[in-house]
Ligand binder design. Structure first.
Ligand code: GLY
Length: 373
């Protein structure tokens, strides 16, 4: 098989791959049905009335900062574009936005003042994925992640290797640290100790940043899209935890954590404290819970409960609850969607036939979070 054929086989509609996948799925479904029947539960898929091909409800969802991304993704899907290409086009706008300090250009840097980005993509129809982690000087990591998926036999490239791969593919090397992010980083440096050499006044502060940076920001964008044929794809992209130790990789580029998609079931992706998600592989778990009959909201709240149960004491508030934020965005193949959040109120973005809007996330806990990050 030539390299070209190999690539097309992995990304295109590969009939042998489809049949093999269907056989494996059928075997999995039988095992799963035996287990659930024994527990007296609804069998996987039993109540799912799926529309005919061409009649699935087209929809894009994202984290709250991706309202425009969902509109772009939705429009592209309606024009017949691939669902992953639509998601990547949507998040690219946010990656390029210097005012979004959680993603791409303008993202908050690591503890040394260097912006390091993480991203991954997952394409439902071919069940393929790709990611980059800790990549520097490249503004659009989601596009690089898609290239890892499309043009290599690998899933994840990191650090210097990821950057060289991007440059080899024509991406421009550029400084991603905006003046706004640099000043925020410098302010953080000054705040660390009264017993070091960072002294003196910093001058005027950006009030919006001061308000936003009460804790350790972990902003990110996740975007998922469903087309009329029932195909689903998703991607997640981030500058990760602000002021992180260089080389720290969060949940965003890790398949099963920062995102997961099964074209027969649905998708899930995350924003928030990556370490908590990584210890529970929540996106994979949520899709499996949907496979077993849970609604997107039930599945999202269930994985948040698992995170809460597994939270170490040092990250709990006085009432024993997690003192950090974590959010999931879920889209099921039949077109249902949900956002869930550890601490409400929270919201997420949706575009579908009813228009572009923010909706309220379902919250595991309803009060302002205290302390922590
Ligand atoms: N969820 C983004 C991060 O923790 O890096």
């Amino acid at each position: 098989m030539s390299n070209q054929q190999h690539r097309e086989g992995r990304q295109g509609t590969d009939r042998r791959g489809f049949l093999a996948g269907s056989a494996a799925m059928a075997a999995g479904a039988i095992l799963s049905q035996q287990g659930s029947a024994a527990r007296g539960e609804v069998r996987p898929g039993q109540e799912r009335q799926l529309p005919a091909a061409g009649e699935f409800p087209v929809k894009s969802i994202s984290s709250a900062n991706g309202r425009e991304a969902t509109r772009i993704a939705y429009d592209l899907v309606m024009q017949g574009k691939d669902t992953l290409d639509a998601c990547v086009a949507g998040v690219t706008v946010v990656e390029n936005d210097p005012n979004d300090t959680s993603v791409g250009y303008g993202g908050l840097p690591n503890e040394e003042g260097v912006v390091e980005l993480d991203s991954a993509v997952m394409h439902g129809p071919s069940h393929s994925c790709g990611g980059v982690a800790s990549i520097r000087d490249i503004k659009n990591p989601a596009q690089v992640a898609r290239l890892v998926m499309k043009t290599t036999d690998h899933v994840l490239l990191v650090g210097e290797g990821a950057k060289r791969f991007a440059i080899a593919n024509g991406f421009k090397e550029e400084n991603l640290l905006t003046e706004r992010a640099r000043k925020a980083w410098l302010r953080w440096k000054h705040s660390l100790s009264d017993n070091d050499d960072w002294v003196g006044e910093l001058g005027e502060e950006d009030p919006a940043l001061l308000e936003a940076f009460g804790g350790r920001p972990t902003g990110t964008i996740h975007c998922a899209s469903l087309n009329a044929n029932g195909d689903i794809s998703c991607c997640t992209t981030t500058s990760g935890l602000a002021w992180k130790i260089p080389g720290r990789v969060g949940d965003s580029p890790i398949i099963g954590a920062g995102l997961y998609c099964d074209n027969d079931i649905g998708s899930c992706g995350s924003t928030g404290r990556g370490e908590a998600n990584l210890k529970n592989l929540c996106s994979f778990a949520a899709v499996e819970l949907m496979r077993n009959g849970m609604s997107p909201e039930q599945a999202g709240l269930e994985v948040l409960k698992r995170v809460a149960d597994h939270t170490p004491d040092r990250l709990r508030d006085d009432d024993g609850r997690p003192n950090f934020g974590l959010n999931f965005y879920l889209l099921s193949k039949d077109g249902r969607h949900a956002g869930v959040t550890m601490w409400g109120p929270g919201r997420f973005a949706v575009t579908d036939a009813d228009g572009t809007r923010h909706e309220e996330s379902a919250a595991l806990y309803e009060r302002p979070r205290r302390g922590g990050r």
